[in-house]
Design a protein around this ligand. Structure first.
Ligand SMILES: [Mg+2]
Ligand SMILES: [Zn+2]
Length: 194
């Protein structure tokens, strides 16, 4: 991010691999019991809530288009997610889902449609003081396309990823800690590693 700029007001968060444990490749979380929060994730959302930041979930769920689960299944999983977060006094301000197949829409990340939909619904979201945080490069690309700051989460103990993200962090809590702290000091270095 540009040092000295305004604090980050809106946090766009990916879901699988960012808030909760990622299912294996080609699998989807179609049942609430399959949703397991990652360590520190709920605490990170609570920190954002407590700091008055907006938290918007943006998630690709192609399993719907593939007939592996329904939109109602996704809604049930998100009800469970909300309940788990509530146990930590944390909440999401909004949830945006792409249920589509690759190439069939403008909202499947790496396209920015989920973020731009939120910007239409919440007219005070400014991409210039927003961040997209996720565990894949498609999250980073969606954020870039929407004009936000971007953070790639890559897990602990790995060398710096090859990424176009503005920052890399081990997990959501580390990213949130950096962004909330840096907004006080007004300084985040591009390419920084948390
Ligand atoms: Mg992910
Ligand atoms: Zn879509």
């Amino acid at each position: 991010m540009k040092a000295g700029h305004a604090e980050v007001r809106t946090f766009f968060l990916d879901r699988d691999g960012t808030l909760n444990a990622k299912p294996p490749d080609g699998r989807y979380i179609g049942h609430p019991a399959e949703l397991i929060l990652l360590p520190g994730a709920a605490e990170a959302v609570r920190e954002l809530n407590a700091a008055g930041r907006r938290v918007v979930l943006v998630t690709n769920q192609r399993g719907v288009a593939r007939g592996l689960m329904t939109g109602a299944d996704v809604a049930a999983v998100h009800a469970r997610l909300a309940a788990l977060l509530r146990e930590h006094d944390a909440f999401l301000d909004a949830v945006y889902v792409c249920p589509h197949e690759v190439g069939e829409c403008g909202c499947r990340k790496p396209l920015p449609g989920l973020l731009t939909a939120a910007m239409r619904d919440f007219r005070d979201i400014d991409p210039a003081d927003s961040v997209m945080i996720g565990d894949t490069e498609s999250d980073v690309m969606a954020g870039k396309a929407a004009g936000t700051l971007t953070v790639l989460l890559q897990g602990p103990g790995k060398p710096p990823a090859n990424t176009v993200a503005d920052m890399v962090a081990t997990d959501l809590r580390a990213a949130v800690g950096l962004l909330l702290t840096s907004s006080k000091s007004g300084c985040v270095s591009k390419g920084g590693f948390v």
